[in-house]
Design a protein around this ligand. Structure first.
Ligand code: NAD
Length: 541
């Protein structure tokens, strides 16, 4: 029962902790890491609030120490998927009609729990099983997830406030109903916060969810489940299943009640899902919402008016943080001849300082890539670049998977702007640079725009405002998140809503009202106070 138009707490970004040497927060986080890595977890599925253990398990291993086992998770068979769907639909009745304040309160509480007692556990889980250093874990698993919860509550109320005008004698209102059915969330390995948000955003709007996390994020997914539970999320609202993605997806997409897909992952998987949904369209009770954020080949473009040190720093941070495994990571750069020597000098000097190893040692800037498949793929492109006449490796190029999946930050200089590593998403610590003649800067913008199918993030560097304006215009469709004189990574919820177009996704901007709107189906209600009783209009005479 609502007895007031309530305001929600003003959302503010969670401050990023520094974890400087000697600080209490660093000591506590590292102690949690040590404790967690020396025990094992048994991660069940969660259906209707119950923990489901099938015995069909997969091991969880830290990418930086793949012989160690830190736990296992349990996989579904078809019956579990069907159970998860049935459970979600059963929970829908109560969840979709409970007051929005109750739903808001759960996620606001989750934000505060994560800012406090859950912070170290969420960060440590992300460091261990996704191989993120202290800072990368903090900005993702703690701060971004907290921001998603807080800002989405505010955006939800902004949406609710958007109401139509009413002419005299009538009252028009719109109701933001949840979708009629359930939402399927498929999440990637690389951001713990994205995994949580892909379930939480539809749930906040009153939807019920079946969630299939990435196998490589199961460890921190369990912490998310515990967090939601402690925050008071009712049973059955978010159901978690692991296992064969094809079997799970086939079962889910065959359900007439499938009402929406919230996906983040690679482009090919998303395109196939879209096709499968299209093929099944006659099965569904409603037209499913399809929201997908996918791959990228994110660029840094510099003009000769750019500051070479700033360009080099953007490349080092933008390409090598989290081993280049951010969807926004810079993986191709276009540098003019006249500043290249200086950019190169600075890049070499910065790269020489980067340490690589386990996240347990916070001085390591670079940790391991996520799994052997990824390691082998990236290594094969590096090997090819070593042999190709069209490419030269000027930094890094070494890799070693004996203990963990370690790949040195690598810079390839390509003679051709269409060299494979200039156009293919590798999802690793590798950037390819194309050097262009200063006078060809306009043609080089065309190369940036047309060389790949993607349009996720991109950055331009110049001190000349005319150039900034021209480049911004020339690249207006080349990136959904466009940066001027800054690296193309590190979007903050509430400040830089995130998403790309073209083959990079539906650009529904995670962490914004636009995304939340996709999980609603508006009902317009018109009420007339004095209802007409004569059918004749004046023009009838
Ligand atoms: P992935 O596509 O391998 O996996 C993503 C999810 O899809 C996982 O849960 C996986 O199990 C599932 N999946 C795989 N095959 C499937 C199938 N046939 N049917 C149904 N589900 C299937 O991606 P990943 O390696 O986890 O993440 C990296 C990719 O995600 C990169 O391409 C990256 O650019 C992209 N990404 C994009 C954004 C963005 O906002 N645009 C954010 C993060 C990651």
């Amino acid at each position: 029962m609502t007895r007031g138009f309530f305001n929600v707490p003003k959302a503010v970004n969670e401050p990023v902790k520094g974890y400087a040497p000697g600080s209490k927060e660093r000591e506590e986080l590292l102690a949690t890491y040590k404790k967690m890595i020396s025990t094992t977890v048994d991660v069940p599925m969660h259906i209707n609030g119950e923990e489901i253990r099938t015995g069909n398990t997969k091991k969880i291993r830290p990418p930086h120490d793949h012989q160690q086992v830190v736990g296992q998770f349990h996989n579904a068979d078809k019956s579990h998927v069907e159970q998860a769907i049935a459970t979600a639909l059963a929970a829908r009745q109560a969840w979709s009609s409970v007051s929005w304040m109750e739903r808001a309160s759960i996620f606001l509480k989750a934000a505060e729990l994560l800012a406090g007692p859950y912070r170290n556990r969420m960060n440590a889980a992300t460091m261990i099983a996704q191989s993120k250093n202290v800072h990368q874990a903090e900005i993702d698993a703690a701060c971004e997830m907290i921001d998603f919860f807080r800002f989405n509550v505010e955006y939800m109320t902004d949406i609710f406030k958007d109401q139509p005008a009413s002419a005299p004698g009538i009252w028009n209102r719109v109701e933001y109903r949840p979708l009629e059915g359930f939402v399927y969330a498929i999440t990637p390995f690389n951001f713990t916060s994205i995994a949580a948000n892909l379930c939480a955003a539809p749930a906040l709007m009153g939807n019920v969810v079946v969630w299939k996390p990435s196998d490589h994020q199961a460890y921190s997914a369990q912490v998310i489940v515990d967090l939601f539970k402690e925050a008071g999320l009712p049973e059955g609202v978010i159901n978690v299943i692991y296992g064969d993605p094809v079997m799970i997806t086939d079962t889910i997409l065959a359900s007439p009640d499938f009402a929406g897909l919230h996906f983040t992952g690679s482009t090919t998987v998303f395109k196939n899902l879209w096709k499968q949904i299209g093929n099944n369209i006659h099965t569904y009770k409603t037209y499913p919402r399809i929201v997908g954020e996918t791959g990228g080949k994110d660029f840094i473009w510099a003009h000769n008016s750019a500051n070479p040190l700033q360009v080099a720093t953007a490349i080092t941070r933008g390409a090598f943080e989290y081993q280049g495994q951010k969807c926004s990571a810079a993986s191709r750069a276009y540098i003019p001849t006249s500043i290249w020597d200086e950019v190169k000098k600075q890049l070499i000097s910065q790269s020489n300082e980067l340490k690589m190893g386990s996240p347990e040692d916070p001085s390591n800037f670079v940790n391991a890539v996520i799994h052997e498949g990824s390691f082998d793929k990236i290594a094969s492109y590096i090997d090819a670049a070593k042999k190709d006449a069209d490419a030269e490796i000027i930094i890094g190029g070494n890799y070693d998977k004996s203990k963990g999946y370690f790949i040195e930050p690598t810079v390839i200089v390509a003679k051709s702007p269409t060299y494979p590593t200039m156009t293919t998403e590798l999802f690793g610590p590798v950037i390819t640079i194309y050097i262009y003649e200063d006078a060809d800067w306009e043609q080089s913008l065309q190369l940036v725009d047309e060389s790949t199918e993607y349009a996720l993030t991109g950055a331009i560097f110049s001190k000349d405002r005319y150039i900034v304006e021209k480049a911004s215009k020339a690249l207006e469709n080349a990136a959904g998140n466009f940066y001027i004189n800054d690296k193309p990574t590190g979007a903050v919820v509430g400040q830089q809503p995130f998403g790309g177009a073209r083959a990079s996704g539906t650009n529904d901007k995670a962490g914004s009202a636009q995304n939340l709107l996709r999980w609603t189906s508006v009902r317009l209600i018109k009420e007339t106070f004095v209802t007409p009783e004569d059918y004749k209009y004046p023009f009838l005479g």
